[in-house]
Design a protein around this ligand. Structure first.
Ligand code: UT7
Length: 324
């Protein structure tokens, strides 16, 4: 059986970290409110002239170094982002150029905060079908550029960052092997909720970039149920119990959502990776950033069963179960 196996991981955060206290000097908010309602203490913000592609390139180079691979070995780049450098071409092609790759293909995937789960699922399909061998899957965002910095209900929530995985096609003999690689991917969306979290501009509508708008309470209401159900379906398809999972690496929007989800499906809270306090919500970058932090903290080892999930605008949501 052919599987997509993680061989490298890299993350990148812009240097500047902005605390809640700094935001409280800009909008009518407090550190106490932000921490109590979301768990967020700070977030990183890209410097002037630092684009999504720059964040993505830095994380991709770190992932290649971690894998011990040369850029020329990569035959596909999939970049999840809702904050591309330009409307087109795909930001993935800027990464391809920076890495000096002229073969294979590069494209972006846009599923907002679920983007990394969508990109991993896409990469998995390319690998399992034999259309690609070594894939860079990147989540990179500069949400600071689409925030309305006068809107306290959204500007305190998001941050910038990037994370990348190298996924390699590997022949796995399930009977004898250590069974590494992606086991199950599940994607969902429901467009009835597309106006609950959106950007109020775009090339075809306003000819502007627009700003992020969100009915936070409405998104929150659906988040725990949607995420818990797709996680349970993923575990059921793999035939494993929540207690079999070694590490749960959720999308980082709100500490109350990720703890609520873990409780709902019976995952031990000690197995949950929580980075929202330090990064805020970095949309498509949040899952790979959290994986990177788990590695730094020695909480993620080869052979661990890992459950990833995310939910975002659309609504879109999904989960991936893999053996690291
Ligand atoms: O990653 C994509 C998916 N996104 C999410 O999962 C986000 C989901 N939503 C959430 O995480 C939460 O709904 C929020 C963190 C956005 C908001 O928390 P909440 O507990 O749902 O608060 P709320 O929207 O119900 O607002 C409560 C109060 C309101 O005041 P009133 O109407 O009760 O007087 C808001 O105006 O808090 C007020 N408020 C603030 N106060 C201080 C809203 N934002 C702020 C703020 N500082 N930054």
């Amino acid at each position: 059986m052919r599987r997509a196996v993680v061989e490298g991981l890299g993350i990148y955060l812009p240097k500047r970290a902005v605390t809640n206290a700094e935001l409280a000097a800009m909008v009518d908010t407090t550190d106490e409110w932000i921490v109590e309602r979301t768990g967020i203490k700070k977030r990183h913000i890209a410097a002037d002239g630092e684009f999504t592609s720059h964040l993505a390139i830095n994380s991709a180079k770190a992932a290649l170094a971690d894998a011990g691979m040369e850029a020329r070995e990569i035959d596909l780049i999939i970049l999840a982002t809702s904050t591309p450098d330009n409307t087109f071409p795909a930001t993935a092609t800027a990464v391809q150029e920076a890495l000096g790759i002229t073969h294979g293909a590069a494209f972006d995937v846009q599923a907002v905060c679920s983007g990394f789960i969508y990109a991993m699922t896409t990469a998995n399909s390319f690998i399992v079908s034999g259309q690609a061998n070594n894939v860079l899957v990147i989540g990179a965002e500069t949400f600071s550029r689409i925030l309305d910095w006068k809107d306290r209900t959204t500007c305190v929530l998001f941050g910038d960052g990037a994370g990348a995985l190298v996924l390699c096609g590997t022949e796995v003999d399930e009977a004898n092997d250590d069974n590494r690689g992606i086991h199950v991917c599940r994607l969902r969306s429901d467009g009835r909720y597309k106006d609950k979290l959106y950007v109020d501009g775009g090339p075809s509508t306003t000819k502007t970039v627009g700003h992020l708008r969100m009915e936070g309470r409405e998104v929150f209401k659906h988040a725990v149920n949607n995420i818990a159900s797709v996680m349970q379906e993923t575990l059921d398809e793999a035939g494993v119990k929540p207690t079999d999972v070694d590490l749960f690496v959720p999308h980082q929007a709100n500490v109350r959502i990720l703890e609520g989800t873990a409780r709902k499906i019976g995952l031990d809270l000690e197995k949950v990776v929580i980075t929202v306090g330090e990064h805020g919500n970095t949309s498509a970058a949040s899952v790979p950033l959290a994986l990177g932090v788990a590695i730094e903290q020695h909480r993620l080892r080869k052979g661990d069963l890992v459950l990833l999930e995310a939910m975002g605008g659309g609504f879109t949501w999904g989960a991936v179960l893999l053996r690291w």
